[in-house]
Design a binder for this molecule. Sequence first.
Ligand SMILES: [Zn+2]
Ligand SMILES: [Zn+2]
Length: 386
Amino acid sequence: MSEEVTSELLSEYYEKKFPIENFMSYLGSLDFQNREFGFVVNERFTRNISFENTKKLREFMVSNSVQHAYVGSVYEKPPSRDNRIHSIKWKYREFIFDIDINEYDLVRSCDCGKYDYCKICWPLVQDAVVFIEETMKEDFGFKEMKWFFSGRRGVHGWVVDEESKFLNNEQRVSILNYLTFIHDETRSQSIDEIPNEAKPLRNRIFSLLVKPYIEHSFLVDLDNPILQCQSCKSKFRAYELIEEVTGRKTEGLRFSTLDKRIQNGNIKCKYCSGELENITKLEIEDFGLTELKARKIITQVKETTSFDHNQYNIIMPNEWKVRRKMSNDIILNRYPRIDRVVSTDIKRVSRMPYSIHGNTGKIVIEIKDIDRFYPDSTPNIWEALM
Ligand SMILES: [Zn+2]
Ligand SMILES: [Zn+2]
C-alpha cells in the first residue's frame, strides 16, 4: 500500500464514518464507563483509559487521530492513570480467539513469507474459524460468535453470549487446553493423541479437516515429484529436470515409469552427477501406503462433497499405524493454531471492531461469510471517505 494513513484521514473517519453504535451492540452499554480502552497515538501505546460515554470516546479518537484502537475488560472502577487495571478489581471480558496466518508458517505449503498470505494458505484461517465456531457451539453450548478481520492477516472471534464474559482465567485455560493438540507450535510441534473423551473434536477433525488436508497438504508433490541427489542433497522437480536434460516434455508418469525414464536417459544431479532418488516416493512409503493407494485416497476424497467421519473410515487404510500417522499429519497441517494468550489473558486489550488498522488503512470489519472472505477485498479508510 503506497498511500499513507494520515492523521487527517483518521480524524475524519472517526468523526463521520466510525459506526460506534454497531460496535457498542457487541459490548452492551452496561458498565461502559468502567471499560478499559487502549490506543496508539503518535506511535505511542497507552492503556488504562476509560470514558463516561460513547460520545466522549468518539471525541477522543477524533481529536487524537488514533492509529490503533483496542478494547479491554470491565473493572469495578473506571480505569485511569490513578486507577490502573492491575490495582482495581476485574469484572468481566468477552471470550476472544485470535487466528493469524503467520502462526502456520512452518506448515504453509505455498511460498508466502512471514507477513504474506495467498489463496493457497488463507483457507487455513477459514477452516479454523469454522472449526472453532462449531466447537464453541456444539461442545460448550455457546450460541453466538462474531468474527472480525484483524486489519492485516488474521481474524478475531468474539463469543458474545453473556455467560462467556464471566469465565475466569482457569476456565478459559481449560477450554483452550481442550482445543490444543499441537504443543510448541513454532519448534518441536509435538502432537498429543486425541483423548477418548474428546470424541466430538475427533469427529470434527475428520468431517471438517480431512478434505482440505487431502486437497492442499497431503503429498502435494505427487504430480511433480521431487528428486534428491544422494551426494550433494540438491533437489529437483522431476519433470523440469527431465525436460532440461532431454529437451522432451513429460508429466503424469507412474513412479516406476519415471524411474525407467531416469535410468534410460542417464539423468543425474546437475551439479555433481550424483544418483537421484525420488523423495516423494519415500514420503508415500513413510505413510505405509503404495503410490496406487495414495492416488486412490486423493481421488476419492476430492470426489466426495460432504465429508464425515464415516467416509474417513471407508477411505483410509485399516492399519492403525497408517491412521495414526495420517491423523497426526492432519492435525499438524490443518488444525487451528490459536494464539492462546489472547483467549486466556483476561486483562488483555483486543483490536476494536470497526476501527482502522493504522498501518494498512483497512477497517476491522465484521466477517459475515468466512467462506468468501479474503483480506484483499476488505474496505479501507480511503474508500470509506470517498
Ligand atoms: Zn500463502
Ligand atoms: Zn549432487
